[in-house]
Ligand binder design. Structure first.
Ligand code: ATP
Length: 199
């Protein structure tokens, strides 16, 4: 699986539709300060479901919508589409190419589309679950978080390694199952109480 293309429209400094083709291997984005390099990685994070505006270097989610410049009026919608090559079947979806699109209107409405069909954020997260991509993972590391990772406590660094090794998802499933078991124990205790009362 690899990122095949990224299309931005009305997202941060990309007022007009901008399409980037990405080849397998390493891609470097170069340009002067303030030209929008980090906005590109913000767009990848955003389309994959990021909902914390601070992780996108903003105060509110609306900050991702192009807010105007001396030459251009603000726009009312931000749109990012990411196309992933899935010819190796890494993603659990029966398509050799998977398009994920996210839109946000200034009114606050937002939507996700997966291969053109309306989807929920949860659907996007599910598709990316085992891939190491997506929010909360460290496939995108900002300049600021690099320092905090280097200075992090050993336990936090261990969590990072577990995530990279794919152990995290099993831990999360284990915790979910433990919570369910606890709930079942509570239900059982309640049933025993009721049984004792009527017996
Ligand atoms: P550096 O090399 O200094 O890290 P960069 O190339 O990574 O810079 P970015 O941080 O991606 O640059 O882009 C910053 C630019 O994006 C600024 O000019 C800022 O005004 C512009 N920008 C960010 N959000 C918006 C928005 N919502 N509307 C219009 N422009 C925006």
């Amino acid at each position: 699986m690899h990122l095949k293309s990224l299309v931005l429209k009305g997202f941060k400094s990309f007022a007009d539709r901008s399409a980037l083709s990405l080849e397998p291997g390493i891609t470097a984005v170069v340009g002067p300060n303030g030209s929008g390099k980090s906005n590109i990685s913000d767009a990848v994070l955003w389309v994959l479901g990021e909902r914390n505006a601070r992780h996108l270097r903003g105060q509110a989610m609306e900050d991702v919508i192009f807010s105007g410049s001396t030459a251009r009026k603000p726009v009312s919608v931000a749109e990012v589409e990411l196309v992933l090559d899935n010819s190796d079947g890494t993603l659990p979806i029966d398509y050799s190419e998977v398009s994920i699109m996210r839109r946000l209107y200034r009114s606050g409405e937002s939507e996700y589309l997966v291969n053109g069909s309306v989807a929920r954020r949860m659907d996007v997260l599910d598709i990316l679950h085992d891939t190491g991509l997506g929010t909360g993972t460290h496939s995108i590391i900002s300049q600021g978080s690099l320092d905090s990772i280097l200075q992090s406590r050993p336990e936090d660094r261990r969590a990072l390694i577990e995530e990279a090794a794919g152990i995290l998802k099993h831990k999360q499933r284990k915790e979910k199952s433990a919570r369910k078991l606890e709930q079942m124990d509570n239900h059982l205790a309640r049933v025993r109480d009721v049984h004792a009362e009527i017996a």
